[in-house]
Design a protein around this ligand. Structure first.
Ligand SMILES: Nc1ncnc2c1ncn2[C@@H]1O[C@H](COP(=O)(O)OP(=O)(O)O)[C@@H](O)[C@H]1O
Ligand SMILES: [Mg+2]
Length: 289
């Protein structure tokens, strides 16, 4: 545990540099402007009785084709952050920008895939489910929407199931439909909130693998939320660590070199342990006082 804490506080070190950040947008340099900028964002829930601060001054930049993962324990504000990027909740502090434009409302350029299997209306066929947002947003006409739906269903291996209803599908297959539906909208950023958390362990690994293969093919930009350290390292090329409630940025880890194939290896395990220690560092510190 000592090693992880030392790394969190010191300069980046081999083999997988952890880059402590101060919660401010930085290192823009000569880079292209980031696709998505979350800049000093605090989010709150207000009820008549009290105010719950879900995140505190969180900052990160997502670049085109990043697989950016928000990792943190339950209740640290991951879903709330995703909702804010989705335009469903407004920050009380800071700002979220997509292509340099402030996010103020939901839009077809940001589509969310949730954990729940019931995100597909059961009375629509698989194909109709995938077509629906394309039609509802008037992105495409009926014929083009059907073509695009089949294209993305094929990409997730479900072209054969286009005409069945969701109740005839397994949990993993439903999530594939939800992913196809989201990708069919060709969003600027695909938002995923623990999309595989309700699946059994084997299916979950398979879905992680498939998501990476899909990314290889389509090169979408992904903002992915999980509380699983292993999943974060496998799915992401960059992982942002959020402290327990209220969520603050603790560090950013470059996870580019990890995959399902390396997940049993020593380097992977060491990094996972280090991340675990960083995530809970504050609690340890408080306990020690
Ligand atoms: N609708 C809500 N009203 C009040 N508090 C909420 C609401 N939704 C979430 N919270 C609180 O905000 C914090 C962050 O929640 P959430 O974003 O769901 O965390 P995570 O997704 O990381 O588990 C938690 O303390 C949670 O209890
Ligand atoms: Mg959540």
């Amino acid at each position: 545990m000592g090693a992880g804490r030392a790394v969190a506080k010191s300069a980046p070190s081999a083999p997988t540099p952890a880059l402590p950040r101060e919660g401010r947008a930085q290192d823009h340099g000569n880079d292209l402007a980031p696709l998505l900028q979350v800049d000093g964002v605090s989010l709150e829930y207000r009820t008549p009785e009290r105010v719950v601060r879900a995140t505190h001054r969180v900052s990160f930049d997502v670049h085109a084709a990043d697989r950016f993962v928000l990792l943190g324990p339950s209740g640290c504000g991951k879903s709330t952050l995703l909702k804010a990027v989705g335009g469903f909740i407004a920050p009380v502090e800071g700002e979220i920008r997509l292509d340099g434009q402030r996010v103020t409302q939901p839009g077809p350029d940001r589509i969310v895939v949730f954990q729940e299997f019931d995100q597909l209306p059961p009375w629509k066929t698989v194909k109709q489910n995938v077509m629906f947002p394309l039609l509802a947003s008037r992105t495409l006409g009926k014929k083009e929407a059907a073509e695009r739906a089949l294209h993305y269903l094929d990409k997730v291996g479900l072209a054969k199931f286009a005409d069945v209803h969701p109740h005839q599908l397994s949990g993993g297959m439903k999530q594939r439909v939800a992913i196809a539906r989201a990708l069919a909208m060709q969003p600027r950023v695909l938002l995923m909130d623990e999309p595989f958390a309700a699946l059994d362990a084997l299916t979950r690994r398979k879905m992680q693998q498939e998501l990476l293969e899909l990314w290889d093919e389509v090169r979408f930009t992904l903002l992915f939320v999980t509380h699983s350290i292993e999943e974060a390292l496998v799915v992401g090329n960059r992982v942002a660590l959020l402290s327990p409630h209220p969520g603050r940025m603790r560090a950013e880890v470059n996870s580019h070199g990890f995959s399902l194939a390396s997940s049993g290896g020593a380097e992977f395990q060491t990094t996972a342990q280090r991340i675990h220690d960083m995530l809970f560092e504050e609690e340890h510190a408080e306990a020690a006082v």
